[in-house]
Ligand binder design. Structure first.
Ligand code: SF4
Ligand code: SF4
Ligand code: FES
Length: 237
């Protein structure tokens, strides 16, 4: 099988030595088994330039660590087919978070928002003898929510999060907020809704839907945000 060439342009920035960011181009020869963008990044690091920094772990769309901006759109390198990208592959860090080095960003703000929604079941009732039972119907309500891998593709594609990353929770944290509001085992629904009921944390979402558009797990944070709003309205009447 013939080998294919691709040109990859990577955002480079090492704050310890670079005065400002720049792009470095690589002409890469692909093997037939190099089908995903992560293969290309690994090949660049192994054979062309070991100074390129990026995160990755599972290479299966499970760990969420290799979110990058690919020709202007956020996605996971391990799930992105090289054949789906036309022309030069331009790789940048996911936008809106501080760059630590090259494609590696500081996720502190993202995880601060996630932790702020108390991402665990709150239940002060006495412990049952065995597990806390949930009906299949109640469990089904969590489908399309619990699959989130916290990759941050959505929140870093959201203009409201870029502008207020410390005040607006962002789509990923709001998806998880809904996950616990919707969980019938959780006893803290009212407190969770009270926490969200301020001008920024929930209501800075302007339903632009970038989040649902880029989610590599095909989840829909906008829908979850809409459901929280519905529950709030019902609670108020
Ligand atoms: S729908 Fe809301 S959360 Fe999603 S990208 Fe738009 S403003 Fe952000
Ligand atoms: S909702 Fe999708 S894009 Fe957002 S963090 Fe979860 S998996 Fe990633
Ligand atoms: S390497 Fe784990 S999601 Fe891509």
């Amino acid at each position: 099988m013939s080998k294919r060439q691709v040109k990859v342009s990577i955002y480079r920035y090492n704050p310890e030595v670079d005065a400002k960011p720049y792009y470095k181009d690589y002409d890469i020869e692909l093997d037939p088994l190099d089908t995903k963008l992560l293969n290309v990044l690994m090949k660049i690091k192994d054979l062309y330039d070991d100074s390129v920094s990026f995160r990755r772990s599972c290479r299966e769309g499970v760990c969420g660590s290799d979110a990058i901006n690919i020709n202007g759109r956020n996605g996971l390198a391990c799930l992105t087919d090289i054949s789906s990208i036309k022309g030069t592959i331009i790789l940048r860090p996911i936008p809106g978070l501080p760059v630590i080095r090259d494609l590696v960003v500081d996720m502190t703000q993202f995880f601060n928002q996630y932790h702020s929604i108390k991402p665990y079941v709150i239940d002060d009732l006495p412990l049952p003898e065995r597990e806390r039972i949930q009906s299949p119907e109640d469990r089904a309500e969590l489908n399309g929510v619990i699959e989130c891998i916290l990759c941050a593709c959505c929140s870093t594609a959201c203009p409201s999060f870029w502008w207020n990353p410390d005040k607006f929770l962002g789509p990923a944290a709001l998806l998880h907020a809904y996950r616990f509001i919707a969980d019938t085992r959780d006893q803290a629904t009212n407190e969770r809704l009270d926490e969200l009921n301020d001008p920024y944390r929930l209501f800075r979402c302007h339903t632009i839907m970038n989040c649902a558009d880029v989610c590599p797990k095909h989840l829909n944070p906008t829908r979850a945000i809409g459901k929280i709003r519905e529950i709030m309205v019902k609670r108020a009447v």
